[in-house]
Design a protein around this ligand. Structure first.
Ligand code: NAD
Length: 303
């Protein structure tokens, strides 16, 4: 039987084109394992910032697959957020989208207030929203510096603070988790790898590292777990120029010992594990999910 004729979305057709390139050039492709079926997060309430694209989208869907109800935060493109809500709902989760700019204190506070009204509480916060505004240091404007720091670092502070207020107020819910709450910060390999031309971005992720560890140290006695995921190169819109052509992809592979780009689902699985009691003794840690990018690949052939 012929398949019905449908127009592929531009995103899908671009992605399938890329996979064709990789096949044709015999370059390694990602393995796409099935989503988790183990409902390790059943009954838990999660909020993912910047969840209508890339990594945030994959994390929201992975949490829903694992049994969590999910708030899909977005700042633009409500239709993309609604698609994530639909996909999460298909997993049997409750989900809704909430527009809030993570830089804005009042919008963040209103988002948490609504979540507590809608879902009763929060168990898992994933601080994912982030962006780049790249320029050589001598051409970087103060506005570009400030904007990246505001979204990538202040946004994580504002959301963490609201989540921790609720975790401390509520305490442990034994029926869903042995921790009183979990914060997962989306960092980057650039919390440790300097990045010329991206000074604002690297500074923001270096800041996330010590913000995460300091909060972790402070709230540990309350049984609140705080950790980071540090992705390497993941196939999302943020870095399309690094993987969008076969030439770019080949260059990128020089930085990745495991010789494949990461997929958003690689991060989704790490986030589910960090949110679950399976990782209960992991605290104040950065989990690098980077195919070995932090292994100094330039030394592969000797130093
Ligand atoms: P993306 O551009 O696909 O997604 C970023 C998301 O953040 C979008 O949904 C965007 O709307 C949202 N966002 C931006 N500003 C916001 C604001 N003010 N308020 C609320 N949401 C806002 O990029 P991505 O690759 O999925 O990036 C997600 C996170 O992962 C970022 O923190 C990024 O720094 C980090 N990261 C990505 C990579 C990678 O290779 N893709 C590597 C390391 C770290």
């Amino acid at each position: 039987m012929n398949a019905p004729m449908t127009m592929p979305t531009p995103e899908l057709s671009h992605e399938s084109l890329m996979r064709d390139h990789l096949r044709a050039e015999n370059l390694p492709q990602a393995v796409m394992p099935a989503p988790p079926i183990n409902k390790v997060l059943r009954g838990q309430k999660a909020l993912v910032t910047g969840a209508n694209s890339g990594i945030g989208k994959a994390v929201a869907i992975a949490l829903a697959h694992a049994g969590a109800d999910v708030v899909v935060n977005y700042v633009s493109r409500p239709e993309a957020a609604e698609e994530v809500v639909q996909e999460a709902t298909h997993c049997g989760a409750e989900a809704y989208a909430h527009r809030a700019d993570v830089r804005k204190e009042d919008e963040v506070q209103a988002m948490f207030k609504t979540m507590i009204q809608e879902f009763g509480t929060i168990d898992i916060l994933v601080n994912n929203a982030g962006l780049q505004k790249d320029a050589p240091i001598d051409q970087m404007t103060l506005a570009d510096w400030q904007f990246v720091l505001d979204v990538n670092l202040t946004g994580q502070f504002l959301c963490s603070r609201e989540a921790i207020r609720e975790f401390k107020r509520r305490g442990i819910r034994k029926e869903v988790s042995c921790a009183a709450g979990k914060v997962i910060c989306m960092s980057s390999v650039h919390e440790v790898i300097p990045w010329a031309g991206h000074v604002n971005y690297a500074a923001s992720k270096g800041g996330v590292m010590l913000m995460m560890k300091s909060i972790a140290q402070e709230v540990a006695p309350h049984r609140i777990r705080v950790n980071s995921v540090a992705p390497g190169a993941i196939r999302t819109p943020i870095n399309m120029e690094a993987w969008g052509t076969p030439e770019a992809y080949r260059e990128l592979m020089k930085l990745i010992p495991y010789k494949r780009i990461g997929e958003p689902e690689d991060i989704g699985r790490a986030a589910v594990w960090l949110a679950s009691d399976d990782s209960d003794y992991i605290h104040g840690a950065t989990i690098f999910v980077d195919g070995g990018m932090t292994l100094y690949p330039g030394f592969e052939t000797g130093g």
